[in-house]
Structure formats: C-alpha cells, structure tokens
Write a protein that binds this ligand. Sequence first.
Ligand SMILES: Nc1ncnc2c1ncn2[C@@H]1O[C@H](COP(=O)(O)OP(=O)(O)OP(=O)(O)O)[C@@H](O)[C@H]1O
Ligand SMILES: [Mg+2]
Length: 486
Amino acid sequence: MDKLLLIDDEEDVQYSFQRIFDSPEIHLTTAASGEEGLKLIPKVKPDLVIMDVRMGGITGLETLRRLRETNAKLPVIMMTAYGTTQTAIEAMKLGAYDYLLKPFDVPKLKEIVFGALKAARDMREVVSYEPLLDSEDYDLGIVGRSEPMQSVYKLIGQLATSDATALITGESGTGKELVARAIYNHSQRAEQPFIAINCAAIPENLLESELFGHERGAFTGAAERRIGKFEQCNFGTIFLDEIGDMSLTTQTKILRVLQSGTFERVGGNTPIQVDVRIIAATNKPLEAAVAKKEFREDLFYRLNVVRIQMPPLRERRDDIKLLAGYFLRKFARTHKQKAKSISKDALAALEAHVWPGNVRELENVIQRAHVVAKSDVVLMSELPPEVMAGSFPAKGATKTVAGAATSPTAAGVPLDVKTLGQTLFRWARNDPKLKIIPAVERELVIQALAECHGNQVQAAKLLGITRATLRKRVQKFGIKKELTIE
Ligand SMILES: Nc1ncnc2c1ncn2[C@@H]1O[C@H](COP(=O)(O)OP(=O)(O)OP(=O)(O)O)[C@@H](O)[C@H]1O
Ligand SMILES: [Mg+2]
C-alpha cells in the first residue's frame, strides 16, 4: 500500500483527494498546515507528499525547505495556482518532484502521483545483490549464483563504492533496471534521489526539455520556464534507460554534463552546474549504432568506462531453478497463499527453453503457472505451449530404449529420441491445430541458434543443414532477428 500525505488548508481540496484516491492500494492522510505536516511525516512515513504552496502559517516552500534538511529523498509534489509559477520553479530548485497547477485536472494529477509513487518505490526498495546463499527472507534481490552473475555482482560492488558512470547492456528482460537500482542503493548517493527516465518512451522533442528544462518561450507551448530532471536531481543519480534511443542532439548535451557537469536549459544560455551520477542502460548494440553514426562515439567511450553486460538467461540455465522458486514464493506472498513447487519434468522444460524474453519471460510464465496450477505442484501440462515445446524428458525420468540413438540436448541432458517422439505426440494430441514437424523444426532452429550465440554457420553445422537452408527456415518461421548474427 502506498501512503500519501496531503498538506493543504482548503477543505475542498482535502475532500476531492479523498474521493480521487479512494482505493485499497492508497492510504491518504491530511494535514491542514505545514507545521502539522512536518510533525506527521515521522509518524505516517508517507511515500509521497502533496502540498499547497500558499497556506496559513509557514508557506509550502518553507515547509519543503525544512523537510529537505532531514530528508532528501521523499518525493514532494507542490500545488500552485496559475500565475504563481515562479514559486513552482523555486519549489523545483528545492528538490520538489513536480508541481501541479490549480485547479487541477484529475487524469494529470493521477499521472503525476503514480509517477512519483514509482520513483518513491525505486528509491525505497533496496535491491540486494550479494549472492543470496541460504537466506530465504529477501524481498527484492537479484537472484542467480551462476558464474556470469557472480561477475555482475563484483562489478556492482565496485561501482557502488565509486562515483563512476556505468553502462548496463543486455537483451530485454535480463535485469538491467534491477542492477541500476542495486548500484544506487549501495552507493554513497543512496540517501539522495534516484530518478529513472525511459528515453524511448518520451518523444524526442520533449526528452531534452524533460532532462534539462526549458526557458519560457523556448518553443511553441513553452509558456513558462520548466526545471528539468538534472537540476532537480542534483547530488542524486539519474538512470537513463534505453539510451540507445536518444537523439544525437540530446546525446551531445549528455556528453557535456559528463565532461563538465554543466548544461543550459532549452532556449537558455546560462550554464547550470550540477553534480549528478549517470547510470545508462540499453538493449541495443551500441557499437553497431556508433558504426552507423547513430550514436556518438565519444559519448559511447565516456559511458563505457565500466560496462556491465547482463547475461541472457539461456547462458545461465543453472539459475532457472532458483529464479522459478523465487518467483513462486513472490507470487504466493502477494496472494497470501502457500508457495507451490514444480514437478521434475516441468522444471526440465523450464531449463531447456530458450527464453528469448529472459527473466521477464520466466517471471510471466511462473505467474501464469501459479494461477493455472490446479494443485500444489506446477505440472508440465500447465506451462505455456512454447515452453513445453522446448522441453525434453528430464535426466532419469525415462529409460533409454535399447539401440536408440542418444545425443546431448541443449541443457546437457541425455536424450532418448524414441521417448522424445512420445513426448511430442502427447503434445500434438493436446493441440489438434498443431503441425508437429514444422513446430519441432522451428524449435530446433531457435535452440541451435541460441546454442551457437546466433552464429548461423555454426548453427547450420549443428543441425546438419546448409547455411542457405537455415536462413530460409529463419525467414519462414519468423524467428526473431535478435537470435541471429549475419
Ligand atoms: N536476476 C534477477 N533476479 C530476480 N528478478 C529479476 C532478475 N533479473 C530480472 N528480474 C525481473 O525481471 C523483470 C525484468 O527486469 P528488468 O526490468 O530489470 O529488465 P531489463 O533488462 O531492464 O529489460 P528491458 O530491456 O526490457 O527494459 C523485472 O520484473 C525484474 O524484477
Ligand atoms: Mg529496462
């Protein structure tokens, strides 16, 4: 549950907030003055404060200033009437998260409040990265004990004790955001704000103003000056997610911040000095973007000082069991139920799947399994078809048929080809629309490519077909480009 504290002396406003935020997920407390609000904060421990600028007693700005003396992180949204935007700017400089103009429009109010609550969660929920050995009582951890993850932990540790810029790369769903938050949580800036910005989600022309602010009249629609995230997040950490999608102009400004800590608001010419740590992430191959001149080479080198390359899940299959267990416990806790376990063949299927969507895909599969499983144990038949399709009988689950050809599977499990046939027929019987041969062929191509890290020559060799045939199959089956390297 998220806790909101509203500080406003107008009863009408208090009443509308109670109506707007009447939900079991939100707990609203109200205070009628700045003094009362400041007294309530240590007791209520709100996740977000929404405060009027003009009140009887101490003003909203003074309240914010006093609050910031003891708490740099608590997000505060200021409310001001039209025509007093100068105050709003002062508020942003004092570290307000955002401001709202009164009378406010409800969808906008909700958008800002939910955005601020997400930021509060990002700052509050500590992501632990120490290899979680036998402790089961963790809330938010980076799960995994495989070797590639051990290297990730080491780098997070090194980055946490320094102030260096970090670049986190890796396929979608591998945990880049989680790692960024772990670095922040363990850094010397943990008591200062953390703001995550998804560069791909904000239209190009707005991103620059979002990051650096703008002066009044800088562009059509810029009726007032606006303070950007860099100014607002001074002394804190900014997480630039999907930096590969940033325009070249914005890249130039980011480079300057990295080199000299300065920038100008859009349409302004006064240099502004800030002290902000930057952590960047992308799932795009930045080297290729540099080669195509879509990403500045100098910025790339500046960001690439410390690079954390997140391993895809298929390269750390040993962690799948651990992750599946972690997610089963997590969903059980959310629904206040007992955690389910996984049958042996279902686990083998999870371990053999290619996981193009990585940990996020596994999390979704487990969530679905938690919901559909009829008993305390998640069965193979309760997994989605694409996961079952990638599965083979588990070690020891089948007897080897005399004379049958055997060969190692992707997961290193001995494979009895005759039994495999039985498994596939069971699958076909469950799904009358399924064309078993092309489905199996598609899965084999995907697995071979994953096994060979996308190298088509090696994958074709492994499958015993020519590279030209492999390419035709990739096209025919619509296999995602990310899996192949030309
Ligand atoms: N090692 C891990 N342990 C536990 N949960 C993880 C791990 N890695 C990822 N997750 C979970 O998987 C989901 C995706 O992770 P995250 O958002 O960090 O991925 P990402 O690399 O930023 O993906 P994208 O490129 O799509 O933005 C999140 O719900 C996250 O909590
Ligand atoms: Mg992400």
